[in-house]
Write a protein that binds this ligand. Structure first.
Ligand code: HEC
Ligand code: HEC
Length: 386
């Protein structure tokens, strides 16, 4: 009996070993196959880049900034979630004829906007309005998106350009099929959601994570802000002109900072800033159907404003000098003109800025350009070709 046991024991051990090693081998092999497939199409490292838990400056955690964060509790940013979002953002397969991606109209070097008056869609058609920069769009308290605020959340917004007849031209069914048939998505979806299943909702969640991860916090303004107690203290790293511009921006003479508020220079509602006496785009008014909303548009962040020209919902101003001149001398009266831009008796305000003050305002706005953000590889095109 003992002899038999002794002779089959090594065999048993051997059997056992044989049973185990092919399995782990299989897993390992599958992993390398996945990496090979990913590496064939994408420049991604094994470790996802860091999109969550950014090392934000202290003042970003002040309440006036954090209260504007529109990240919903069911879609916090994760590193792989935003990575999947990045791939989708740059993927031309999200358009009907595989010619354009989100990034065609939201270019990293241009603060995630483009430099056209109106943008061109997949078939050469023009969009109805000027492309919006996406820096810090995570910070907008009411969480509404688009110039007319017609999307009530970012998760709703990101599927709209895909389905737009001019922009990308796909139905949600087509989107699902096209995404599911790209060889690199099964691995990415599995990393984020635990299985390969592609759904429009999962696409929306990942795209939103990527867009929310585009946070600008390393501009010249941020460097100066970290060195003082209050935003209206003189910044040691600013030129005299930039500090003057900051004072003018925060002054009651202009009220700029009463609409473009906090260190994020963002509003929390659509406003009429006196562009037109007679409207041809009713903005929020067309969405709500209420007269008191006519001519109101989203007060988006001024971060990276220098590089997101042209300006306003219709791209009517080519330069920041023109924008400043609009506020200085060109405010148009209309029933919904915001009272921050009227005199006490209700007329459009005339700011009477001198040339130095106007130049200073422009110089100040240029301190909001974040060169680190627009060069950061984790926001760049991950595709090897296209
Ligand atoms: C053909 C050009 C084009 C494409 C493609 C495009 N966009 Fe846009 N995007 C625009 C324009 C134009 C607007 C402003 C439209 C409006 O307000 O009516 C805009 C607005 C936005 C906004 C609103 C920003 C804010 O602060 O309210 C977000 C977010 C956005 N786009 C994300 C995306 C994503 C994600 C994709 C890809 C799924 C995408 N865009 C594809 C042109 C484009
Ligand atoms: C009453 C609120 C209000 C005040 C005051 C105000 N703005 Fe604006 N600003 C807005 C709104 C709303 C928009 C978007 C309007 C549109 O496109 O129809 C805007 C747009 C802009 C834009 C263009 C943004 C883009 O993405 O194209 C710049 C630049 C700007 N403002 C700078 C300033 C400066 C500088 C001042 C002070 C001289 C100022 N604003 C004062 C509400 C205001």
């Amino acid at each position: 009996m003992k002899r038999i046991l002794f002779s089959i024991l090594p065999l048993l051990i051997l059997l056992n070993a044989c049973e185990e090693s092919p399995l782990t081998d299989q897993v390992e092999q599958q992993k390398t196959e996945e990496t090979v497939v990913l590496n064939q199409y994408l420049k991604l490292s094994e470790q996802a880049s860091q999109y969550s838990d950014l090392d934000l400056p202290d003042f970003f955690n002040f309440q006036n900034n954090t209260e504007q964060d529109n990240t919903p509790s069911n879609n916090p940013i994760t590193d792989w979630g935003a990575t999947l979002g990045r791939v989708l953002f740059y993927d031309v397969n999200l358009s009907a004829n595989n010619t354009i991606s989100c990034a065609s109209c939201h270019v990293q070097e241009l603060g995630f906007s483009d430099n056209n008056l109106l943008s061109l869609g997949f078939d050469g058609g023009q969009t109805g309005r000027n492309s919006m920069g996406l820096s810090n769009s995570r910070y907008y308290e009411n969480g509404h998106f688009f110039w007319d605020e017609r999307a009530s959340s970012l998760e709703d917004q990101v599927l709209m350009p895909i389905q737009d007849a001019v922009e990308m031209g796909l139905s949600l069914e087509e989107l699902e099929t096209k995404v599911a048939s790209q060889p690199y998505y099964p691995t990415l979806f599995t990393k984020v959601y635990g299985d390969e299943n592609v759904t429009p909702n999962r696409i929306a969640l990942a795209l939103s994570q990527f867009v929310r991860s585009i946070v600008s916090y390393q501009s010249k303004y941020d460097e100066g802000r970290a060195q003082v107690n209050r935003p209206d203290d003189n910044f040691p790293n600013f030129s005299n002109l930039e500090n003057l511009g900051k004072r003018v921006f925060f002054s009651n003479q202009t009220n700029c900072s009463n609409c473009h508020t906090s260190d994020l220079f963002v509003g929390d509602e659509a406003i009429n800033n006196g562009l037109d006496a007679t409207l041809n785009d009713f903005g929020l008014g067309d969405v709500t159907g209420r007269n008191q909303d006519d001519g109101k548009f989203k007060t988006g962040s001024l971060r990276n404003i220098e590089i997101t020209a042209p300006y306003m919902h219709d791209g009517r101003f080519e330069t920041l000098e023109e924008v400043v001149e609009h506020y200085n001398s060109g405010i148009q009266n209309s029933p919904n003109l915001d009272t921050r831009l009227t005199t006490r008796n209700g007329n459009p305000v005339r700011m009477n800025l001198n040339n130095e003050e106007k130049a200073a305002l422009v110089a100040f706005m240029k301190t909001l350009t974040d060169y680190k953000l627009i060069e950061d590889e984790k926001f760049s095109n991950p595709f090897i070709e296209n």
